[in-house]
Design a protein around this ligand. Structure first.
Ligand SMILES: CC(C)(COP(=O)(O)OP(=O)(O)OC[C@H]1O[C@@H](n2cnc3c(N)ncnc32)[C@H](O)[C@@H]1OP(=O)(O)O)[C@@H](O)C(=O)NCCC(=O)NCCS
Length: 133
C-alpha cells in the first residue's frame, strides 16, 4: 500500500492468500471532479464472500483516506448500493458511467471511528458450503 498518497491499493490477506482488495483513487471513470477521491475496486474472492472481508477492506480504505486528511470520498456502483448504504454510505445520485447506470455514494471519512485497519484478516468463518466457489 502507498501509505502517504492517494492511488493506493489495499490487499487483505488470510495467511499467505490475498483474498480481498480495495483501492483509493484520485480519478475513476466519472468525469466529475467534485466526486474525487474515489473508493474503487472493492473485491472479495468468491469463496471468501460473506465472511465480513468486504466490510473490512472498505473500512480500511475509509481509514486510509481519513489518515490522509481527506473528508468526503465517493464511490460508484451499478448493483451494490444496499451493501454500501448498510455500511454508512449515503446515496448522492444516479448517473451514467461508461454506458451503464450507476449510483454514486459518499461518506465523510473524517467522521469515521476506529484506528488504522490491520489487514491481516481473521480466520474465516465461512457461511455455508454452497457459498464456496
Ligand atoms: C460486494 C462484495 C465486495 C461483498 O463482499 P463480502 O465479503 O461478501 O461482504 P461482507 O461479508 O463484508 O458483508 C458485509 C455485509 O454486507 C452484506 N452484503 C454483502 N453483499 C451485499 C449486497 N450485494 N447487497 C447488500 N448487502 C450485501 C452482508 O450480508 C453483510 O451484512 P451483515 O453485516 O448484516 O452480515 C463481494 O460480493 C464482491 O467482491 N463482489 C464482486 C465485486 C463487486 O461487485 N464489488 C463491488 C463493486 S461496486
Amino acid at each position: 500500500m502507498n501509505r502517504d498518497h492517494l492511488d493506493s491499493c489495499i490487499v487483505g490477506w488470510v495467511g499467505d492468500e490475498p483474498v480481498a482488495c480495495v483501492s483509493l483513487l484520485r480519478e475513476d471513470f466519472i468525469p466529475r471532479p467534485e466526486f474525487s477521491p474515489f473508493v474503487a475496486s472493492v473485491y472479495v474472492v468468491p469463496s471468501y464472500r460473506g465472511c465480513g472481508y468486504g466490510k473490512d477492506v472498505l473500512k480500511a480504505a475509509e481509514n486510509h483516506a481519513r489518515n490522509l486528511g481527506l473528508g468526503v470520498v465517493h464511490l460508484w456502483t451499478t448493483d451494490h448500493r444496499r451493501f454500501y448504504e448498510a455500511l454508512g454510505w449515503d446515496w448522492v445520485e444516479n448517473i451514467e458511467v461508461v454506458g451503464r447506470r450507476a449510483d454514486v455514494l459518499r461518506k465523510n471519512v473524517a467522521l469515521c471511528k476506529n484506528g488504522v485497519a490491520n489487514m491481516r484478516l481473521p480466520t474465516p468463518v465461512l457461511p455455508k458450503a454452497s457459498a464456496r466457489g
